[in-house]
Design a binder for this molecule. Structure first.
Ligand SMILES: Cc1cc2nc3c(=O)[nH]c(=O)nc-3n(C[C@H](O)[C@H](O)[C@H](O)COP(=O)(O)OP(=O)(O)OC[C@H]3O[C@@H](n4cnc5c(N)ncnc54)[C@H](O)[C@@H]3O)c2cc1C
Length: 533
């Protein structure tokens, strides 16, 4: 019945455990089994292999027949830290994954049709210990209304952010120089072929000793007394035993849902999109250094420029549009000629109440999903991995640490949810039933509180561990038309003329710096042009 048992180092220790003992004493974390070889699975394998003690055995089981989801091409700047941790060089990653640089996301038609704004990385001006930079700009805007300065001289907030201006000009360079230079405020992320990125990590992990098993998991063997996972059984009768199991099986969530029944916290009342179509097209010009997200009738469309092609997609709510109509809409609007038929995807928005349950941690889509409007999924997988590494159960499973892990991950997901909901709820659009629903829906109390504080005197209070900095909240709140009634009175102590002059100097310096950078295409040619077919 059991077939061949693969005994990996540490599994022997597992077999010696005494039945009925608390989990903490029974598992030793000597043998790790990762189920799933999408980006999450290979990110886990690579990171654990990078920090593992020599006696830790790491096995990854994946099924080529099932395959990977194969989308997930836009990232955020935290990916640089992950690649750095692994020792991967930026230019190698981009060259191999046909990558391009990303300075932010352009949002089109979100606040109202015809409107656009950018949520850039990096910073607006420079904050001081007393007040945030944008308070100076809010005061300048108040002076425009009082006729003390022209609207053009005051400018728009995005003109004070280097990433935003460089993105608009199609320029790119990584941050350089000391903290007093404008170029030091540059921040970037990547657009990349996620399948190629997964393959790169697979080579990295296998070079470091990760054992890969090809096969389909058909059963999960649990301890009948306490539900702890002992092994996964494959279709070909192999049995892979372990102490710690990492569920990276994507939306199937084979272990965390299938075996351990961790409850799914459903957020579809706030985020009703539940389907997507993804379609690559030929490049329609040099790659832009930003992602585009365009609001549409019943969802939104993405455009992600890679070196050799563009990724396009339509994320939509099946309650508000038929699949055929969504497909027509994607075909009509995508730039460049299609390179493949649209690939349909279905998803639910929310997360597992327990990301870590007994001896199983769910990472990536198995743990939860929030639509990719702000490219947060790979980051959330990265956070799951980082926290698991920080709380590594090498000396057993400590329930207090597991609870702490689950709380931190829940906070990450909730903060991300609030930020995404902001894009939908703060809109003037009411041209379709989809937008009418979103405009009028109840939003999470945490988001309401943030908005109320901002509407008062423009303050943005940072929450602990929030992925999105006050600069990001500012970009999207202003972009979505949320206007503070006033500014922080502390900035009144800056003399008016000095304020006008300094702001203008800064705006000009940001523009000149952006203009002096190489074009994004030149930078790619010089440093990381993809050499493959
Ligand atoms: C429409 C859409 C757009 C997205 N865009 C972005 C984006 O721009 N940026 C971003 O950061 N993220 C994005 N994401 C999320 C991103 O795709 C995922 O976070 C990322 O690909 C990681 O997926 P995964 O590894 O968790 O799952 P998957 O890629 O689905 O991998 C699951 C793995 O489990 C294996 N498996 C499943 N069942 C079994 C079984 N029975 N036996 C053996 N193996 C099994 C599969 O073979 C596969 O190897 C997007 C997601 C969607 C749905």
């Amino acid at each position: 019945m059991f077939g061949q048992t693969i005994t990996v180092a540490g599994a022997v220790a597992y077999e010696r455990v005494v039945k009925g003992q608390p989990i903490r004493q029974r598992a030793r974390g000597k043998s790790v089994v990762i189920v799933g070889g999408g980006s999450s699975g290979w990110m886990c394998a690579a990171a654990i292999a990078r920090m593992a003690a020599p006696n830790l055995s790491i096995t990854l089981v994946e099924s080529e027949e099932i395959g990977v989801i194969g989308v997930g091409e836009a990232t955020i700047p935290t990916m640089l830290e992950f690649n750095d941790f692994l020792g991967l060089k930026e230019n190698d990653v981009l060259r191999e994954c046909q990558g391009s640089f990303k300075l932010g996301i352009e949002f089109v038609d979100w606040f109202k049709k015809g409107d656009r704004y950018i949520h850039p990385f990096g910073f607006y001006g420079r904050d001081t210990p007393e007040f945030a930079f944008h308070q100076l700009w809010l005061r300048l805007r108040a002076m425009v209304e009082q006729g003390k300065v022209s609207s053009e001289a005051a400018g728009e907030i995005h003109q004070y952010n280097l990433c935003s201006v460089a993105a608009g000009l199609g320029r790119f360079s990584p941050a350089q120089g000391g903290a007093d230079t404008i170029l030091s405020t540059m921040r970037h992320a990547y657009h990349l072929d996620s399948i190629k990125y997964g393959q790169m990590l697979r080579r990295y992990a296998q070079d470091k000793g990760v054992h890969r098993i090809e096969g389909r998991v058909v059963e999960v063997e649990q301890d009948p007394d306490n539900g702890v996972i002992r092994a996964v059984k494959l279709e070909d009768t192999q049995v892979v035993a372990g102490n710690l199991f990492i569920d990276c099986s994507g939306f199937r969530a084979l272990l965390i849902k299938g075996a351990l029944r961790s409850h799914f916290v459903d957020w579809s009342q706030y985020l009703p999109c539940d389907r997507a179509l993804a379609m690559p097209t030929a490049c329609a010009g040099p790659p832009a250094p930003f992602t585009r997200a365009s609001a549409d009738t019943a969802g939104w469309r993405w455009r992600i420029p890679l070196q050799q092609r563009m990724g396009n997609g339509y994320v939509y709510s099946s309650a508000f549009i038929e699949d055929d109509a969504a497909q027509r809409r994607l075909m009509q609007t995508a730039e460049g000629s299609p390179l493949a038929q649209p690939k349909p995807l279905r998803f639910a928005t929310g997360h597992r109440r327990s990301f870590w349950e007994k001896n199983c941690v769910a990472i990536g889509l198995a743990g939860g999903f929030i639509e990719p409007m702000e490219s947060t999924s790979i980051h959330l997988a990265q956070m799951g991995i980082q926290r698991l590494v920080n709380l590594w159960p090498g000396r057993g499973f400590n329930p207090a640490e597991i609870a702490y892990y689950n709380q931190l991950m829940t906070d990450d997901y909730e903060q991300t949810r609030d930020f995404i909901v902001l894009h939908y709820s703060a809109t003037q659009r009411d041209d379709t039933a989809f937008w009418q629903y979103l405009r009028n829906m109840d939003i999470p109390d945490t988001l309401t509180a943030k908005l109320e504080i901002f509407r008062g005197s423009g303050r943005i209070l940072p929450s602990a561990n929030d992925l999105f900095s006050p600069h990001s909240w500012l970009a999207v709140m202003l972009g979505q038309g949320v206007q503070p009634r006033n500014y922080d009175s502390l900035v009144d102590r800056v003399p008016e003329q000095a304020l006008i002059q300094n702001m203008q100097l800064l705006k000009n310096a940001v523009y000149k710096t952006a203009e002096s950078l190489p074009s994004h295409a030149d930078y790619l040619d010089r440093h990381c042009r993809y050499a493959g077919a």
